[in-house]
Design a protein around this ligand. Structure first.
Ligand code: PGA
Length: 256
């Protein structure tokens, strides 16, 4: 992290876990543990839990996000939720392009772009996920993959939106939920390349201000080392975000 240039952001991605009642309980457990955080704290929860999360986080420093949104404002898209719907509920953040969406639900670079655009157009802040599969890393095409995912997602995003409303999360797919974390050097190398790309697409000021997280088996034990890297500005946390003490320990590491 380089706290002179940008704010650290720790976001939980709860995935398909927790009922509304469990959401209230977990947030009530997390709240006092992160109350003095010197970083942004976000919990991204299933759609069905958003109302409970918004209620439970009222008056606290925890922000609430959704885990995806559709690109259209409304229409015949059974089972989907739109960005205007999320904004109307008071949700502040949304994740787009998570690898589980790309792998299991057919999200593509183009629909990730469209979802990101819809979110921005509705005043939401977006955590855009990018990352390579193990085969791609082994074939030596990590940078090409991550650059092209990022470039397509950011097409048409203004400099102002990039600085104020976009967080990029580098999540190597092979590290997600596997307990196999990227080394701090691997994480920093790709995060740095993403920042350089932002510099090419915008300018040096935007690159300096861009928040680039790492995600993939980040936990209480390895957060310090990962977050000590100059280009790792925070984390997108899956498994460890479901345990209040673990999530709080990561927030603490980002607050140093
Ligand atoms: P993990 O998930 O921390 O459980 O690896 C990270 C993510 O998918 O965002």
């Amino acid at each position: 992290m380089n706290k002179q240039l940008r704010k650290a952001v720790i976001a939980g991605n709860w995935k398909m876990n927790k009922t509304p009642a469990e959401t209230t309980a977990l947030i009530n457990e997390i709240k006092p543990l992160v109350a003095d955080a010197d970083c942004e704290v976000i919990v991204c929860v299933p759609y069905i839990d958003l109302a409970a999360a918004l209620e439970a986080t009222k008056g606290s420093n925890i922000k609430v996000g959704a885990e995806n949104c559709h690109w259209a404002a409304s229409g015949a898209f059974t089972g989907e939720v739109s960005a205007p719907m999320l904004a109307a509920c008071g949700v502040e953040y949304v994740i787009t392009g998570h690898s589980e969406r790309r792998t299991y639900f057919g999200d593509t670079d183009v629909t990730v772009h469209d979802r990101t655009r819809a979110a921005l157009d509705n005043g939401l802040k977006v955590i855009v996920c990018v990352g390579e599969y193990l085969e791609q890393r082994e074939q030596g095409v990590t940078m090409e993959v991550v650059r092209s995912q990022t470039k397509i997602a950011l097409a048409g995003v203004s400099k102002e939106e990039m600085i104020n409303s976009i967080i990029i999360a580098y999540e190597p797919v092979w590290a997600i939920g596997t307990g196999k974390t990227a080394t701090a050097e691997q994480a920093n190398e790709v995060n740095k390349a993403i920042r350089e790309l932002v510099g090419e697409l915008y300018d040096a000021e935007t690159a300096d201000k861009a928040v680039v997280q790492y995600g993939g088996s980040m936990n209480a034990a390895n957060a310090d080392e990962l977050l000590a890297q100059p280009d790792v500005d925070g984390g997108l946390i899956g498994g460890a975000s479901l345990k209040a003490p673990d999530f709080a320990a990561i927030v603490k590491a980002a607050s140093k």
